[in-house]
Structure formats: C-alpha cells, structure tokens
Design a protein around this ligand. Structure first.
Ligand SMILES: NC(=O)c1ccc[n+]([C@@H]2O[C@H](COP(=O)([O-])OP(=O)(O)OC[C@H]3O[C@@H](n4cnc5c(N)ncnc54)[C@H](O)[C@@H]3O)[C@@H](O)[C@H]2O)c1
Length: 268
C-alpha cells in the first residue's frame, strides 16, 4: 500500500496511546477513520482532532472481547464507508505479577482483550476485506513481550506470543488476496498501559492485582514515533515492526539458545 489517501482505517484502542497516535498519523495521511474503544470521551477527543485535519471519522464504542460488538463495528464501518483497507487490532491491557500468583480472572481479562480481541478483529473483518477485493493491510499490536519472556509479565507474555504466531501465519494466509500483515512489537512506549486496570471490568477484578513492577529495559519512545514506523512498515509490506534497537541483543540471545539446543544435541 503506497498511499493512505481516502483509504478507510479502523483502529481499536484508538482513544489512547499507540492507537491514538496511529489514528492521527493515518488521518494526517488523508485516511478516513473508524475508532473503536471502551473509553468514549477519549475516543471522541481523538475523532475531534482528526476532523480538524479534514478527515471523516466514525466512533463506535466497542469492547473487543465481545465478538458481537466487533462484528457490529465492522457492520458500521462498511455501512459508513463501503470498505476497510487498514485494520489495526491494537487494543490491549497489561497485568503484572508472577504466574504463581495469576488468577483465573487475570487470564480471562488479558487474553480476552489482547488475544481474543485480535481474533475477533480477524473474524469480523477479514472475510469482508477478501470479498471487497481491494488491497489491504492488517496491523496486530503485540509487543517485544511477544518475542522475549520477562519475569513478572507471564500472562501478558502469553497473550503477545500468541499474537505474534497468529500474525506470522495470517501473513502467509492473506498474501494471495493482496492483504498484508504487520505485527507491532515495541518495548517501552509513553502511554497509559501502566494504568490498564482502569478498563478492567468489575466481573474480572482481582483485588490483589500487582502494581506494575517490571521496569522495561531500553528507552520509552513517543507513540507518534512508533506510529510513524508502523505506517512505513505498511508501505513497505513488512511483517515485523520492531521499534527498539535495544531489542536486538535479547533477540539474538534467545535465538542463540535455541540454536544451541540443536547444536549441542548434534555433538552429544
Ligand atoms: N506502552 C507500551 O510500552 C507498550 C509496549 C508494547 C506493546 N504495547 C501494546 O500497545 C497496545 C496499545 O496500548 P497502549 O500502550 O497505547 O496503552 P493505553 O492504555 O494508552 O491504550 C490502550 C487503549 O485500549 C483500550 N481498551 C482496553 N480494553 C479494551 C477493550 N476491551 N475493548 C476496546 N478497547 C479497549 C483502552 O481504553 C485504551 O484506550 C496494547 O496492545 C499494548 O499491549 C504497549
């Protein structure tokens, strides 16, 4: 995809952080926006800013953990604009603490948003995008935590590793249709992710939820910087959007340990 002008872009979690920056960057490039988030005032604020840039916007309050709501989002998007070219499955939350302490509700909440949210996006949008017959692109927001495991982030790691695997396969499956896939894997970004508990539903509350204790290594990037990298990756049709140079060393060590498993077995 070489231009976003007049394309239709859907961004989940579009009210804050990376989703907000993705939406406003796409708007700056002339894309029409469909914003989906639980937080309506935040989403409305982003829509207002986008409209000031002269683009058409639609906001749809959506809980991505509910398939019916994501299907209703797709319905609204096609009704308003007749097509969707860019889908950013971005909404996400983080829970902190060891796997020995994780509650069933922690698993349900984090996997519900981070993994099922992405699955629902694919279920609701991909068949229509294929039928529409136009070139398109899907961006799934994972994390460096989907490539490197960190102590104290196990539930989140599980959700994000799944999103990386799903995206790698999706890229292969959608290639014949001219629909590209990118998976966004940032380290620290200056957003409200550490305040994720604000959107946890009451039914899944964990009164003993741990404070965000894990200090991420590396720099904290501005969401706008990350959004710029995503748009470049869409233009170039790149699968991985690995935003931090600091990721190189841990990735190399992980790969070396895997390689070592094979090499040392061969020697034995
Ligand atoms: N900030 C980081 O350091 C970082 C690093 C790696 C990956 N990520 C990922 O980036 C994505 C965006 O997070 P962010 O950092 O911008 O955080 P953020 O908290 O600023 O924004 C997340 C948005 O998702 C929305 N949301 C939460 N649950 C939802 C649900 N059930 N349905 C719809 N919307 C929901 C929130 O209302 C919020 O607007 C997430 O997938 C996150 O895991 C963030």
């Amino acid at each position: 995809m070489d231009s976003f002008k007049d394309k239709v872009a859907v961004v989940t979690g579009g009210g804050s952080g990376i989703g907000r920056a993705l939406a406003l960057s796409l708007a700056r490039e002339g894309a029409r926006l469909v914003l989906a988030d639980l937080d309506e005032p935040a989403m409305d604020g982003v829509a207002r800013q986008a409209r000031e840039q002269g683009v058409e916007t639609l906001t749809v309050r959506t809980d991505v953990t509910e398939l019916a709501q994501v299907q209703a989002l797709a319905e609204r998007a096609w009704k308003a604009f007749g097509a969707v070219h860019v889908l950013c499955n971005n909404a996400g939350v983080a829970a902190w603490g060891g796997l020995d302490k994780a509650t069933h509700r922690d698993w349900q909440w984090v996997l519900g948003v981070n993994l099922w949210g992405v699955i629902h996006g694919i279920e609701a949008f991909v068949p229509r995008m294929i039928t529409g017959g136009q070139r398109g692109h899907i961006v799934n927001t994972a994390s460096m935590a989907g490539l490197i495991a960190s102590q104290g982030l196990g539930v989140y790691n599980t959700s994000k590793y799944a999103v990386v695997g799903l995206s790698e396969t999706l890229a292969k499956d959608l290639k014949p249709y001219g629909i590209g896939v990118s998976v966004l894997c940032p380290m620290g970004v200056e957003t409200r992710i550490r305040e994720s508990e604000r959107s946890r539903p009451a039914a899944l509350r964990n009164e003993a939820a741990a404070e965000p204790a894990v200090e991420l290594i590396g720099r904290y990037l501005a969401p706008e910087t990350v959004a710029g990298m995503v748009l470049d990756a869409i233009r170039r049709g790149e699968l991985y959007v690995i935003t931090h140079d600091e990721g190189l060393e841990p990735l190399r060590r992980r790969f070396e340990r895997m390689q070592q498993s094979i090499l040392s077995r061969r020697k034995a």
